[in-house]
Write a protein that binds this ligand. Sequence first.
Ligand code: TLP
Length: 345
Amino acid sequence: MRIVDLRSDTVTRPTPAMYKAMSTAEVGDDVFGEDPTVNRLQEMAAEMTGKEAALFVASGTMGNLVSQLSQCGRGDEIIVGDKSHIFLLEQGGSAALGGIHARTVPNMPDGTMPLAEIEAAIRTDNIHFPITRLIAIENTHNRCCGSPLPVAYMKQVGDLARRTGLKVHLDGARLFNAAVALGVRARELAADADSVNICLSKGLAAPVGSLVCGSLEFIARAKRARKVVGGGMRQAGVLAAAGIVALTEMIDRLADDHANAKRLAEGIAEVKGISLKPETVKTDIVIFDLVGIDAPTLTARVGEAGVRVLATGPRQIRAVTNYHITADDIDHAIRIFRKAMADLM
Ligand code: TLP
């Protein structure tokens, strides 16, 4: 059966160039800082995000956790979006492992948090309150339909943080999708962040890995935090080699994923029972609501026909385009959705 896997951009498998690079990677013990391939990847990531240094970590979750552990102490508070990955989908790891308290501010449909609401959430000096340390921003914003947050907004958050003595963490798991969609460089989007997490294993198709980027001083602390969560890897150059290919060859083509996501959105927006505004789709993520049918039922039905998507709510579905998905796959998926809805409604 023809399979069109739209569950996530994380389902991507390594490209032939990645397999080749992995098989010939020069390696060393990275806990000693002696893996030349890891070091090269870290230098590339630092340069691309405009930071002094970078650190290779196992996953986006580890990158976000290590960044928070490096910037906050126990009992400190972070301001995060109520639809952010950090708040919803990382097991509350910063609280569980770092004693860090999360204060949520609503994410708007475009992924931003209103500046006035961020400011209102900052704690004043009062013996009853935790101390606010960090504002965490997500760009693109996964649960807000992959919205790219513009440079101007990132700067406004940075200005607010500097004025109030806070740090900014950027969960840039899909920062390159944002850069491509907005026609800017990733470093412009990262300029106002003290720490940035970028992922290689999503739209960039590397099998494993993320990088946290920031000042030399931040990276020194992040390296300790990575070690205590068990993330000190040894001959990690085997993985980093694929990451170098990801950062070199896989960024510009994200535009194809964005075009395919738009094509999918336009193709299913008119289907009865699907509520979706195609203009909200700006990167590789399509999120839509259902009317008169529940998400697990539709997900199971299209799944039987080989089209894999995720239910992200009782009546909400997410589809994510990626390296393996062609425009023809999208047209096939549209036909499967149309038929499933016609049968079920
Ligand atoms: N997101 C995954 C799942 O966890 C839901 C996905 O399929 O979208 N930040 C953001 C914005 C993310 O979307 C993700 C992964 C992460 C962090 C965590 O990355 P990993 O999965 O590498 O730990």
